[in-house]
Write a protein that binds this ligand. Sequence first.
Ligand code: GLY
Length: 373
Amino acid sequence: MIHLSSDTGDLFEQAFAYAQKQVRKLIEKHPNVYPLSTENGKWIADSPAWTHWGDGFLPGMMWMFAKHSEPDSVERTYWTEQAIKYTTPLEPRKGDRDVHDLGFLFFSSYYRWWRLTGDPAHREIIIEAGKTLATRFKEKGGYLRSFVGDNSIFIDIMMNVGLIFVAARETGDRRLREIAMRHSHTTRRVLVRGDGSTAQEGIFDTDTGEFLKQTTHQGYRGDSCWSRGLAWALYGFTTCYEYSRDPHFLHTAEACADFYITHAPADGVAPWDFNAPMESRMLPDTSAAAICASGLLRLCRLTPDPLKGHLYWSTAVHILRSLCEKHLTKNDPKWEGILRGGVYHVNQGLGVDESVMWGEYYFCEALERVLWN
Ligand code: GLY
């Protein structure tokens, strides 16, 4: 693998340090709150959140900051204490049957903690969360249902199904592995198109299990490619290949990566939807770009083709450079997030051109991967 030039390395290290500064300011201003997006650059911290799918991302960044602080330093102690403080309240979510988001919640928080300590209690929490997620499986149709209803599958669930693979690996439970495999194969068949683009949602006939149509909530249209969904697919199928070693999933991750690379603008930062009308296509989603960069940094190590590996690594570096040079909030001292230009929900007018917590998390994770992995 080629190495970062020293100016790029410096740029990324400064961005990682800036992220710590912004997160520290947030938790000092709003202790024990898990905001998901900003409004005019200020974290929405005083009104109830629409959903709690992203509560793991704030502690997830703290685990990264702790890991990459000097051993025995004041910073290491500070970030470890904060990470524990923000991770522990998430434990009851391991039994949450109402959402499909347990991978988002636990990979970022308890999984990082477990990897650091090897504590069997953390392993048990991960296993239980994976088992809970598996209860969403619909035998007819062969998929994990989304929070919307029994007939609905979401592309986002590819970011969560990895938790079932981990639970299967840790327990040796073949049924769990079968559920994870079947859901991933179904998603590949019904939500990923021949050109590598993706749909956000699919609808099934629950009586027969027949797949009926592709739809969307956060994208432009059912037949368009919502860029964050594509990024979830790229990253999620990469994880799925890592755990299963089924080459179909590698091909799917590569197809999604190739679609992103060939359709993104020159700076590598995707529009919120690749098929939105021209005027709205000017609106980028920096969170999709950050997720994609982090996914590519994993995929580049798994692909057996060295040319592709090089392309994925250098695209990730290019995206991160663009995010650091054009979208960091450093020039606006009143802005509370790290990255501007994230998009939550265009159709609801929620978190549009703002900071979004998952964008911050995957940006930091991508920096972590490129700097220290
Ligand atoms: N709920 C996942 C997303 O907004 O991408």
